[in-house]
Design a protein around this ligand. Structure first.
Ligand SMILES: NC(=O)c1ccc[n+]([C@@H]2O[C@H](COP(=O)([O-])OP(=O)(O)OC[C@H]3O[C@@H](n4cnc5c(N)ncnc54)[C@H](O)[C@@H]3O)[C@@H](O)[C@H]2O)c1
Length: 381
């Protein structure tokens, strides 16, 4: 069987995470790492035994043997890199949010369809086994008709005005920060579980720190280090620290969510609660192997991930037996495995989020920003 050749662009949090997960996908070799700085690319490539390190995407695209590339760079760079890769006929796996505007996401979706390349947007959080269990329970009718979806995505790593990251700057992040960065994961998950689409929404976005202190040298995501006063400069902030959204889901269901990067103590607190006419399910990313099932007339349950006890379609997303925890890293492996299987077999149906799903999240994001600006409800097409 031909082994597929992959490359990773970006040497930060996601660059490393993708590289590690790729090494656990059968039939795939990583042949190149691309960084903005050649030193960083070399260091990462050498550590993982990747033969080539580059500082240019153009040079990467000249490698004829390359099957697919992973775009793990700041949001504003996704569009130009993806567009060049599609033009070169390469399959792309792009981090979320797919772009910084709906127009960019639309164009990429059309270009990929025309070029016939496989395309994936990394909404990996769908692929926790217990999230799949929620989806399969809904498909099997075990929840009844969905009435309510609610929850939060809460983090604390931007709580202080000295906390800084490229995501603060609209030039790198796009016009939204929190809703683009983590709100998009929440809405992708809720639409995936319920099979319903957000039909309209009303959003309130807040910037608690109108200025933040930017380090004079670059910092990587999630390092949590506090810089000294002489090493920082005041910068006006244009991206939100917090968002709250009330929404309608499909024809009937209703929902509400918050997303925040200033909630002390919440590290990666994604919580989704789905309430149906028969039962409800609640899942929290910080305890990923547990699923709470709520019943009206029988005792509530907490079920623990065990592939032999999950619904069969959900069990396929768990590689380890019950009692052996699977987490965040494993969701990437599940996405990548399906992406590369679809490259190996051109007749395979894609079982992963695609550019069209990334575009969908950009439309929700646009509606949130429009709603917050005009302080009113916005309908989605
Ligand atoms: N799916 C997820 O769970 C998840 C989690 C975190 C981040 N992300 C996404 O991944 C992307 C990267 O985020 P991160 O947290 O890894 O950021 P990061 O700051 O840790 O790393 C970004 C890297 O990109 C490099 N870079 C910047 N511009 C570049 C360019 N033009 N060419 C090549 N390299 C360039 C930087 O030097 C840095 O190494 C973002 O789009 C983010 O939204 C997704």
């Amino acid at each position: 069987m031909k082994r597929l050749k992959a490359a990773v662009i970006g040497t930060g949090f996601m660059g490393r995470t993708h590289l590690e997960a790729l090494r656990r996908v059968e039939g795939v070799d990583v042949i190149a790492v691309v960084g903005r700085k050649l030193d960083a690319a070399k260091k990462l490539a050498e550590g993982y035994g990747v033969p080539t390190a580059l500082d240019s995407v153009d040079d990467l695209l000249k490698l004829p043997e390359l099957d697919a590339l992973h775009i793990c760079t700041p949001n504003a760079t996704h569009y130009p890199i993806a567009k060049a890769a599609i033009a070169a006929g390469k399959n792309i796996l792009c981090e979320k949010p797919v772009a910084v505007s709906t127009a960019e996401a639309e164009e990429l979706t059309q270009l990929a369809a025309k070029a016939g390349v496989r395309n994936c947007v990394c909404h990996n959080l769908r692929y926790y086994p217990m999230v799949q269990q929620m989806r399969r329970m809904r498909e099997a009718g075990e929840l009844g008709e969905i009435l309510v979806a609610q929850g939060t995505y809460s983090q604390d790593w931007m709580l202080y005005d000295t906390d800084w990251n490229w995501r603060v700057e609209a030039e790198a992040s796009g016009p939204s920060r929190v809703m683009a960065d983590i709100g998009s994961h929440w809405f992708d998950m809720v639409e995936h579980i319920t099979g319903l689409r957000v039909a309209s929404l009303s959003a309130d976005l807040a910037i608690f720190y109108p200025t933040r202190k930017r380090p004079k040298h670059s910092v990587e995501s999630f390092t949590g280090k506090l810089p000294s006063a002489e090493d920082v400069e005041d910068v006006k902030v244009e991206t939100e620290d917090f968002g709250a959204v009330v929404f309608r889901l499909g024809d009937k269901a209703r929902g509400a969510m918050t997303a925040s990067q200033v909630n002390a103590g919440r590290k990666n607190g994604l919580c989704v609660e789905i309430y149906g006419t028969k039962a409800s399910v609640i899942w929290n990313q910080e305890r990923p192997d547990e699923l709470w099932i709520g019943n009206r007339n029988t005792p509530n349950q907490i079920i623990i991930k065990d592939p032999s006890l999950l619904l069969p379609a959900a069990g396929k997303y768990a590689d380890l037996p019950g009692g052996h925890s699977e987490g965040y890293d494993d969701t990437f492996k599940q996405v990548f495995r399906r992406f590369y299987a679809s490259i190996a077999d051109p007749s395979a149906q894609p079982e992963y989020p695609q550019l069209a799903d990334g575009l969908r999240q950009m439309r929700i994001l646009d509606a949130e920003m429009e709603s917050a600006k005009k302080r009113g409800w916005v309908d989605l097409a």
